[in-house]
Design a protein around this ligand. Structure first.
Ligand code: CA
Length: 761
């Protein structure tokens, strides 16, 4: 309430003790609009008389007997009080005091506004610092009606007021406002009249097509009448749901309308399409939208949605999701690098494959997820790069560990050799990422033994299983003829690289030691050792002795000596024979006819010794002197007779002892004298030589006389001439028989002795 503009009459009642009611004057004023201010009651002032009170006592007094200490409303009120109240030396307390440092109207709890200040000049001065309560100078010579701050415990008169408003006033449609000595009604909006008994009227509502439900607290379609509007399901109200009749006689809003409920505008899902049918309007109650997706995408969510009465769509917004392919994973030992157009492993996704070092991709390098949810191609694999298959070295073994597959990247093969063999090359090889093996292929080489050589005078014959003089080699030693092996004959190269046994050697075969023969000496030359193979021993004998047996012996390969042990025998000459027609007598020192032997010779009668009478066997094995013989004593040489022939047989020599000579004569002649002469031991012929005398016809007689057989024998050996000669000779039968008959002195029968034959020639 704007008291500053209020104009009115106040009546003040006075009381000396507890206060007394006085008269009151009504005041009426038109403030604004239709509201009228009417004085209907009284607001009266009272003061304590004669008691003085502290501020607190004063307030208790007022509140006990009246309403409260006065609250100064305006200047008119001040003038009225200053005029109406009696002067009091200590003046009057009013309902203003300092609370929390702020001057406050205690009745309303409101702070003193600047405009309402009515301080006396120089006040408030708060002298002595506790002037917290306020007095009003009533009828003071100076500064009358003004305020002064005073200590609250000072005792002054209490200036009280009594309120005029009662609860039943203003028809309960307005606020009762105190005025000096009266009250006025400030009607609430929608009401008017002095006691606020009239209500404001609004226009009657007549909506079309919209159900309405009204309530009228005062009168139909008057202030505070409310009308509620509800639209059928599926439709929504456009406008206020409730209209209220305002104090201004206007409805709070226009009558609403009903419109189909709208749903949010739908749009096609990404990668999809939308197909809607609308009953009422675009995307309103009853609209139905169907969804579909592009190739390669599948609808996730409802196939269609309907706009419901609540303005929402049934179901959730579908999505077009790319058709999923099975999730791919990197191949073992490989990698996967995917680019996804629409989503992980969905339509349009493309995955590239690669392999780790040492592995090669088998299969497609990339795959694509098709619209059917299937990947192109087959799943590739990463296969370990293969190395060439390794094999065990000859005489060795292979032990491989394969990380990824037989003889592939990462495979490692260790090599070892059989007993007796040593690995040449790397002990292991590894298959690299390039498909090659590290290192070179190793070999198993037979462990080498020292090279053997043939022993002196011997031979070596080796058979090598694996290599010259290596493990398994077997060597046989042999010796040349005449030498014997000392040591093992056969040696083998062991797995340790050593030979079984020591190297043998060849020693010359020994023969028994030889000794010099008795009366002899021994002289040996040894090629290889004393009395061994090749040794040669020569034997010799002392003078006069001759070696019997081998003059030298050689030690043979069999350990035996050639020949027999020789002896030294006294030198032997050819045994001297007794001279023909003689005698000998020998004496022997060492043996028959040996060195030292002596022989003496003599001859028979008719012979004479020719040569030495004795001979000695010398140390040279020869006999001293020339051979001795007995020579027949010679007779004088005979000659054939004239016209005759001489035929001699010489037993010991021409015309020597016992030679016989037969004389014959030519045909026609006859011998005259002895036919035969003999050389006698005296060196004389037995007789004188005959002579030949003439005699014809003699030959024919001889031939006729001769026997056939005798002639045949003679014919075998004699020529015709001889036959003729013989025929002549056989003419004498006696002589013929003597001639042909064999004698002991003449040798074999039927033959002629040489001497006889020679003599006939
Ligand atoms: Ca003061």
């Amino acid at each position: 309430m704007d008291t500053g503009t209020a104009v009115g009459l106040q009546s003040v009642g006075r009381t000396r003790t507890l206060g007394s009611p006085g008269t009151y004057l009504g005041i009426a004023a038109i403030t604004w609009g239709m509201v009228l201010w009417v004085q209907v009651g009284a607001w009266t002032y009272h003061y304590s008389d004669p008691g003085d009170y502290t501020w607190e006592q004063a307030r208790n007094f007022c509140q006990t007997f009246f309403t409260d200490l006065v609250a100064i409303q305006n200047q008119q009120e001040i003038e009225y009080l200053n005029k109406s109240l009696p002067f009091h030396g200590r003046y009057y307390w009013i309902g203003l005091r300092k609370l929390g440092g702020i001057w406050t109207w205690v009745g309303t709890g409101r702070a003193l506004s600047k405009e309402a200040e009515n301080w006396a000049l120089g006040e408030p001065n708060n002298r002595r610092s506790n002037q917290d309560c306020v007095e009003i100078y009533i009828q003071r010579p100076q500064q009358a009606g003004k305020w002064n701050d005073e200590p609250c415990n000072r005792k002054k008169k209490a200036l009280c007021y009594r309120a005029s408003c009662q609860p039943f006033l203003c028809s309960q449609h307005g606020e009762c406002v105190e005025t000096i000595g009266s009250y006025r009604c400030e009607c609430y909006p929608g009401f008017y009249g002095p006691e606020c008994t009239d209500v404001v009227q609004c226009a009657k509502l007549e909506p079309k097509g919209v159900p309405m439900n009204c309530s009228h607290p005062y009168r139909d379609f008057s202030y505070n009448s409310t009308c509620e509007f509800r639209c059928p399901e599926g439709f929504e109200r456009r406008g206020a749901g409730v209209l209220r009749c305002l104090p201004s006689q206007e409805w709070s809003a226009n009558i609403p309308t009903c419109a189909a409920v709208t749903c949010p505008v739908l749009s096609a899902p990404e990668k999809g399409e939308l197909n809607c049918s609308h009953l009422q309007g675009n995307f309103t109650f009853g609209s139905t939208c169907a969804f579909s997706c592009q190739k390669g995408f599948v609808l996730m969510g409802p196939e269609s949605r309907e706009c419901t009465a609540t303005g929402t769509w049934t179901g959730d917004a579908p999505r077009c999701e790319a058709i999923a392919c099975p999730v791919l994973s990197a191949p073992e030992k490989g990698e996967l690098n995917c680019s996804h157009l629409h989503g992980n492993f969905t339509f349009g996704s493309r995955c590239a494959f690669s392999c780790q070092k040492g592995f090669v991709l088998m299969g497609p390098e990339s795959r694509e997820c098709t619209a059917t949810g299937i990947w192109t191609g087959d799943a590739p694999r990463c296969e370990a790069i293969a190395c060439p298959v390794l094999s065990a070295p000859e005489k060795g073994e292979l032990n491989c560990s394969h990380l990824h597959g037989n003889f592939t990247y990462g495979s490692r093969c260790a090599f070892s050799c059989q007993k007796g063999f040593v690995l040449m090359g790397p002990e292991s090889r590894e298959c690299t990422a390039t498909g090659t093996w590290t290192g070179d292929a190793p070999r198993c080489e037979a462990i080498a033994c020292p090279v053997l050589s043939a022993p002196e005078k011997g031979e070596l014959n080796c058979s090598h299983l694996h290599g010259n003089f290596t493990y398994g080699s077997r060597c046989a030693f042999s010796c040349q003829t005449g030498f014997a092996l000392v040591g093992l004959q056969s040696h083998e190269c062991t797995a340790l690289g050593t030979w079984t046994g020591d190297t043998p050697h060849c020693e010359a075969i020994t023969c028994p030691v030889l000794r010099a023969p008795e009366k002899g000496e021994l002289n040996c030359s040894h090629l290889h050792g004393d009395f061994t193979f090749g040794s040669t021993c020569a034997f010799s004998c002392q003078t006069g002795f001759v070696l019997m047996g081998s003059d030298s012996r050689k030690c043979t390969a069999t350990g035996t000596w050639t020949g027999d042990a020789p002896r030294c025998e006294a030198i032997k000459c050819s045994a001297l024979s007794t001279p023909k027609m003689g005698q000998s007598a020998c004496s022997h020192l060492h043996g028959d006819f040996t060195f030292g032997s002596t022989c003496a010779f003599s001859c028979q009668a008719g012979f004479v010794l020719m040569g030495p009478e004795s001979r000695d066997c010398t140390a040279l094995g020869t006999w001293t002197g020339d051979p001795t013989h007995c020579k027949a004593i010679s007779c004088p040489v005979l000659s054939p007779p004239s016209r005759g022939q001489l035929s001699c047989s010489h037993v010991h020599g021409n015309f020597t002892y016992n030679s016989t000579c037969i004389f014959s004569c030519e045909e026609g002649f006859v011998r005259m004298g002895a036919e035969m002469l003999r050389c006698e031991a005296t060196g004389n012929w037995t007789r004188d030589s005959p002579v030949c005398a003439e005699d014809g016809a003699f030959l024919k007689q001889v031939l006729a006389y001769s026997s056939g057989s005798a002639l045949a024998v003679a014919g075998l050996v004699l020529s015709g001439g001889l036959i003729a000669f013989l025929a002549k000779r056989l003419s004498d039968r006696e002589e013929k028989r003597k001639l042909l008959k064999p004698t002991s002195d003449l040798g074999a029968p039927g033959t002629f002795t040489n001497s006889a034959y020679d003599a006939n020639l």
